[in-house]
Design a protein around this ligand. Sequence first.
Ligand SMILES: [Zn+2]
Length: 296
Amino acid sequence: MRFPLIFTLCLAMGLGAASPALAKIKVLTSFTVFADMARNVAGDHAEVVSITREGAEIHMFRPTPGDIKRGLGADVALWNGMGLETWFERYLENLGDVKAYVLSDGVEPIAIAEGAYEGRANPHAWMSPGNAMIYIDNIVTALSETDPDNAAAYAENGAHYKAEIAATFEPIRAAIEALPEERRWLVSSEAAFSYLAADFGLKEAAIWAINADSQGSPQQVRRIIDLIRDNDVPVIFSESTVSPKPAEQVARETGIAYGGVLYVDSLSPPGGPVPTYIDLLKVTAQTIVDGLTAAP
Ligand SMILES: [Zn+2]
């Protein structure tokens, strides 16, 4: 009768000794940007799953039964909050008791300037190198509280990641500061870049305030054309997850340059232009600098 007990104990001890390699926690994120951030903090200690896929529109996503299946067994969930992916809160109710962390906690909110959502906080707070530090700290906290045994590794990975981000954006910041002040405009389809603009000292305007609003109505187009003419804005950009047509139309009607696509809500698949969060922020900031520098 003792044999099974000893066997069970040995099995338990064996698993215990091997657990740092085997027992990865499962981290669930609402979209791909946070999945990449979480992987940088987690290293080998977690399996990270993003519910929306690369290139997806994330504001008004509808999870399928397959998406619920992919989330089952999650130890911790990470999402933006600030009214961005309200579907994620409802989605989590399907998974039982998963502790969720709002990664924008601690960010200084910037209000949406116009449209149906006027006055509410703009939710795209991860889009600045400064705020990235807050998001990474919140991820370190979430993973450490979920998996205290690896807290030291999460803290160290987070510190390295933050240093890499700071170093990446120093030259881009300097390039923007070298532009004449009246040229420092960031005009795009969706006003998703308020935090980036504030961080880099750019004035921001957009055809529409947020993707959840109507996109490219004649009044919205009229208003941005007037703003561009009044302020001699040199270039207009669009956002990767929406149609570039309204921005291209505005460029044609005003005679200014169309500066190409900026990335904000979603990473591209591996091999694409922005497979990581640092790529997303870097390509976006560099596209802005290039557009402002090249325009006549
Ligand atoms: Zn957006």
